[in-house]
Ligand binder design. Structure first.
Ligand code: PMP
Length: 295
């Protein structure tokens, strides 16, 4: 359930009830997947309700629009304030926030003029991150970056993610790991990938992935904790030799990977670098001091 009869959302300058909101069935976004969105989290932190990396997410929304030529006439600070208001109006503390920029009626393949901004939010449980994932290498590759603006969070790109996730679940796995068009490790359908080898974390370079805000947060945490991180092309052979691995994303937070294609990693999760990063990330979103995890 994403909303009830009382839920309020923000639509083009107004707060209205979700049940009273309508979209045009001739929307270009509905027909062709041409829209952009964000996925943001709010946490009940030590200092009250905090939207984690709100600025970064709304700036990415703006950049996504710019990359695909969707007009975006909003100020980031204004959107952050609107989102805090939205959380208050819905009495939400631990929440998932979904801004969506969608286009008006246009059955042509031309750049839209009419755009709409919807911001919705729903309750999302507190930080867990305990469960380890069983991944499989997907038969679906990430799209060719010369075909799409892969760094933009465009609605239509998620057909690729849905196909990969569905395939993984049908095959009995929790999640997919997608390769890029060259057969190198890229990312999960909705999260970025890190692996540990000999005390170093490796993550695929940008180009074939969505450069996640959590991925950047992980790299910042590693700098603070003196954990070396290398962005590089990762082959399947290198993946086989890894000691541990994890996914990261706004929704996934830091989630350890138990196995890939039923091959477990040699390190136990709680002894891995990922577990240290996970603890630090949790402290950061909850605005707790994480000095005790410094190694
Ligand atoms: N890759 C993809 C394809 C995603 O959809 C997401 C979720 N937005 C991520 C990575 C992680 O990005 P972030 O950390 O900004 O949530």
């Amino acid at each position: 359930m994403y909303y009830t009869k009382d839920t309020i959302l923000y639509l083009n300058g107004k707060f209205i009830k979700a049940v009273d909101a309508h979209t045009d069935l001739y929307s270009q976004t509905l027909h062709y997947g041409f829209g952009v969105f964000e996925g943001i989290r709010a946490y009940q932190s030590m200092n009250g309700v905090k939207i984690f990396k709100a600025f970064e997410h709304y700036e990415r929304l703006r950049r996504s629009c710019a990359l695909v030529n969707i007009p975006f006439p909003y100020e980031t600070e204004e959107l952050i304030q609107i989102t805090y208001q939205l959380l208050r109006k819905n009495n939400l503390t631990d929440a998932y926030i979904r801004p969506l920029v969608y286009c008006g009626p246009n059955m042509q393949l031309t750049t839209p003029k009419d755009i709409f901004l919807m911001i919705s939010a729903w309750e999302w449980g507190k930080y867990h991150g305990d469960k380890l994932l069983k991944l499989c290498v997907s038969s679906y590759q990430r799209p060719n970056p010369n075909s799409l603006q892969l760094e933009a969070k465009v609605t239509g790109h998620y057909v690729n993610s849905i196909l990969a996730t569905s395939e993984a679940k049908v095959r009995g796995f929790d999640e997919a790991l997608m390769l890029d068009m060259h057969g190198h490790v890229a990312e999960a359908p909705g999260a970025n990938f890190f692996m540990e080898k000999n005390g170093v974390l490796y993550t695929p370079s940008t180009g074939h992935i969505l450069p996640g805000i959590t991925r950047q947060t992980v790299m910042n945490i590693c700098r603070e904790l003196d954990i070396p991180v290398i962005e590089k092309t990762i082959t399947l052979e290198e993946l086989e030799g890894a000691d541990s691995a994890f996914l990261c994303g706004t929704a996934a937070e830091i989630t350890g990977i138990e196995s890939i294609d039923a091959k477990p990693f040699r390190k136990l999760w709680f002894e891995s670098l990922g577990a240290t990063v996970q603890e630090a990330y949790k402290c950061q979103v909850l605005e707790k001091s994480f000095s005790y995890v410094i190694i």
